[in-house]
Design a protein around this ligand. Structure first.
Ligand SMILES: NC(=O)c1ccc[n+]([C@@H]2O[C@H](COP(=O)([O-])OP(=O)(O)OC[C@H]3O[C@@H](n4cnc5c(N)ncnc54)[C@H](O)[C@@H]3O)[C@@H](O)[C@H]2O)c1
Length: 314
């Protein structure tokens, strides 16, 4: 039975994953080799939990108890040895993850399950140095940012793991309020990121061609397809509209839409110019430095509202 969870790497994803598990009632041991990152993690989580309290999504006592359940630990062995489940959210470098998994294998109990939050590395490669028994208890658990608010976690079921082990990890993520997606093949991007890149490719192309202004393109997405997608998936939408219609419209539109196999050239040009979005003050829109914190908070606040609404349609 899973009670204690180790989160290795306390950066963007790790601190959010820790917040999600502790909010679900689990004891969390959070590790990072950077003393500065580790020291900043709990204050950051406190700030994020405060917003949930402010929005009446979590009550103040539950948020305080959740914060108390997170134990930051600098030493890897000390952090993960007592854990039943360990999720790694360290940088996306194969060599680093391979060594880390070898270390985790040596430290963790044989019955512990080890997971990687990798966005793009094959599980087989990450676990290359592990023996067959441990490989039966390793997987990808892919969260979305911000991890404590985005309800999706994609879980690998690539054929290396018995169904019972998968079922236990699936139940764990569902117990903390996540919607799980069982991914059967180890393909880059798993499911959700592939869908997202398909949309992004066309959106960038529409901007590049000057078909509509950035505000209008985002409005078309938010109040058009994405508005419906939050409640009704693409396959349901296709079924509801009629597959015959989707066939005809697909033939007409796909012939003229972007089919490039690389990131958009205009996007690349913006990156060259240092226009990286919110973090640099300009991307498709501009962000005055004195407003950046408020914009980030508003982004999270909207997600809390979506979470509340999703209780109805999930
Ligand atoms: N950022 C995202 O939106 C996102 C989404 C899904 C998945 N991911 C994946 O999650 C993982 C972490 O990404 P992130 O955005 O949180 O990165 P990040 O750079 O914000 O955090 C990584 C943390 O790992 C720490 N670290 C470095 N070496 C380590 C080691 N040997 N052991 C443990 N920790 C170590 C760093 O100090 C840092 O705090 C990556 O595999 C990434 O691809 C990221």
């Amino acid at each position: 039975m899973i009670r204690t969870i180790g989160v290795v790497g306390a950066g963007t994803m790790g601190h959010g994953i820790a917040a999600a598990f502790t909010l679900g009632g689990f004891d969390v041991r959070l590790q990072d080799p950077s003393a500065a990152v580790l020291a900043a993690a709990k204050p950051l989580i406190r700030e994020e939990l405060d917003l949930l309290v402010e929005e009446a999504y979590v009550d103040a006592a539950a948020a305080a108890a959740a914060l108390d359940r997170i134990v930051p630990v600098a030493d890897l062995s000390e952090a993960v040895a007592p854990c039943d489940f360990v999720v790694e959210a360290a940088p996306e470098q194969l060599e680093l993850k391979q060594s880390l998994f070898a270390e985790l294998d040596a430290i963790c109990r044989p019955d512990a399950v080890l997971a990687s939050n990798t966005s793009s590395l094959p599980l087989d490669a990450i676990t290359a140095r592990l023996g067959p028994e441990r490989r039966r208890r390793t997987m990808v658990t892919h969260w979305y940012n911000p991890a404590h608010l985005m309800p999706i976690v994609e879980l690998s079921f690539f054929g290396n793991m018995p169904e019972a082990v998968y079922a236990e990890i699936e139940a764990l993520h569902r117990a903390v309020g996540k919607q799980t997606v069982k991914v059967l093949k180890d393909v880059p991007g798993l499911v959700a990121n592939r869908i997202q890149q398909g949309v992004a490719r066309e959106v960038f192309s529409i901007i590049e061609q000057g078909i509509a202004a950035p505000e209008d393109v985002d409005r078309a997405l938010k109040f058009g397809p994405a508005f419906r997608y939050a409640t009704t998936g693409q396959l349901e939408v296709a079924d509801f509209g009629g597959l015959d219609i989707w066939c005809v419209v697909g033939d007409n539109l796909l012939a003229v839409m972007d089919d490039s196999r690389r990131a958009n050239a205009m996007l690349r040009a913006k990156v060259r110019e240092g226009k990286l979005g919110l973090k640099s003050g300009e991307g498709f829109f501009t962000y005055p430095p004195d407003q950046v914190a408020a914009i980030r908070r508003q982004f999270m606040r909207k997600l809390v509202h979506q979470l509340k609404a999703s209780a109805f349609y999930a």
